[in-house]
Design a protein around this ligand. Structure first.
Ligand code: AMP
Length: 451
């Protein structure tokens, strides 16, 4: 028998369905936000990652699957996808005409030689988006909003969005000097990795996971005190905009991210499952300024992206028991009771789906009670009950499955009424989620109101 390669895993049978469920939430939402899919190669020239993810990052230093092919080229199995997307934007001259932004989404395997543990594999899947073009805080905000929205759709309730700014070039130069000065007094007692980081990129030390080192990191200078006016203003505007959108965040001044290409806003989505298992960040991203030029682009363009670990999301949702809901959920469930009403149901479903409402129909001959049970299982918001007598008078019964109120609606006004209910229930749910975070005493929500 030949075993799996360490750190890899099979996704088979019902397991694959879980992945598909999570992936399709991402894909559908990405299309809704106007992102287009990019499928770039798994194999890239090693230089691509050295120049983008950066020589001082743990990923490039220790974690890449790099080898020489038979033509003596140094190739690498991609450890992340942003670099490949940027390479492809440059190669295909997608931004040559100033027609920004390019809005890309991707989904596929990444490879990192890491120590395997819960939520950490050597081959894992990432979904992500990139928005590349001019520098505009609202683009960053849209990327964060997308991430937040996707996780909410999947049922993550007490989500923590940790956010920080790495400032602009001027900020980082000043801050690096301050960090060097501070850590030079402590570096002798710090771990071997930190010693290397001290020379390569001192900012990386803030990311050290070793307890004793973290104590030293706690008292290190804070980037907030070194921000240029520009960088400060930019960060404040991002935070302001998130507030307006009701997106809760927590500023974490030690958040630096492990990849060299970031500047200005960086962020991570954290979530602990209801059973208390913490899988680390389930998604993370940030703004980048030099990547386009670094990879051969001919102007200064900026970008922002976020990437999610599919394995981690599946594990958390599974722990929470919420995978079933995503796998099955629809907005509208149609419940016909005869062949005549079934054929009307097909037409109606087509209309609803064309207008963007996910819809399912019960085609089996079932009692009203069991159809309503199914609607509940699907987490449907609106139920449409069809029977012969009413349909003869061009009438249907529309049931708001959240409030359980039902009413007769003429077929002429049916679509409008269904969408009214959908919109108002989705809004109500959002407001409730928000309130929950304000009232709740649990640790995650507690952070939020301290902000
Ligand atoms: P990064 O590209 O390091 O910013 O990671 C983005 C996301 O990918 C993380 O938040 C994780 O959810 C996921 N991820 C990163 N490394 C791994 C890994 N070794 N195994 C599983 N998921 C990972």
């Amino acid at each position: 028998m030949i075993n799996l390669v360490k750190g890899t895993h099979d996704v088979i049978l019902d397991e694959a369905k879980k992945y598909e469920a999570v992936e399709s939430v991402f894909r559908d939402l990405a299309s809704l936000y106007g992102f287009k899919e990019f499928r770039t190669p798994i194999l890239e020239h090693s230089e691509l990652f050295q120049r983008s993810v950066g020589d001082s990052s743990d990923i490039v230093r220790k974690e890449m699957y790099t080898f020489l092919d038979k033509g003596e080229r140094s190739l690498t199995l991609r450890p992340e996808l942003t670099a490949g997307i940027m390479r492809s934007i440059v190669n295909n001259k997608l931004l040559a005409l100033d027609e920004g932004p390019v809005k890309a989404f991707y989904l596929g395997p990444c490879f990192r030689y890491e120590r395997p543990q819960a939520g950490r594999y050597r081959q894992f899947n990432q979904f992500g988006i990139e928005m590349v073009g001019i520098n505009d805080i609202y683009r960053d905000v849209e990327v964060i909003t997308f991430g937040y929205h996707a996780l909410k759709v999947m049922g993550f309730e007490n989500l923590t969005l940790k956010i920080n700014t790495l400032g602009d070039k001027e900020t980082r130069e000043k801050y690096n000097r301050a960090l060097k000065e501070y850590f030079s007094k402590h570096i002798d007692s710090m771990c071997g990795d930190c010693k290397e980081r001290f020379n390569l990129n001192v900012l990386r030390i803030l990311d050290c996971k070793i307890k004793e080192d973290q104590e030293i990191v706690k008292n290190a200078p804070k980037i907030q005190d070194y921000l240029s006016d520009n960088a400060k203003d930019r960060f404040e505007r991002v935070l302001e905009s998130l507030k307006e959108l009701n997106i809760e965040y927590e500023v974490d001044q030690n958040l630096v991210r492990g990849l060299d290409y970031y500047s200005d806003v960086v962020f991570e989505f954290h979530y602990t499952s209801k059973k208390g298992v913490n899988y680390g960040a389930i998604g993370a991203g940030g703004h980048y300024s030099n990547l386009f030029r670094e990879l051969g682009g001919n102007k200064d363009l900026e970008g922002c992206g976020v990437a999610f670990g599919i394995e981690r999301i599946v594990s958390v949702l599974e722990d929470d028991g919420s995978l079933e809901k995503i796998k099955n959920s629809v907005n509208v469930y149609i419940m016909p009771s005869s062949d005549v009403t079934r054929s009307f149901a097909s037409l109606l479903a087509k209309e609803l789906r064309t207008n963007g409402a996910s819809t399912d129909i019960c085609y089996e001959n079932k009692s009203m009670k069991s159809m309503l049970k199914k609607a509940d299982k699907l987490s449907a918001i609106v139920g449409i009950i069809l029977n012969d007598d009413l349909l003869k008078e061009n009438k249907t019964i529309v049931k708001n499955l959240v409030t359980t109120e039902q009413e007769e609606v003429s077929t002429e006004h049916l679509l409008d009424r269904v969408f009214d209910i959908l919109v108002s229930e989705i809004k109500k749910k959002e407001a409730e989620d928000h309130e929950h975070e304000e009232d709740c005493d649990c640790e995650e929500c507690h952070h939020h109101h301290e902000e």
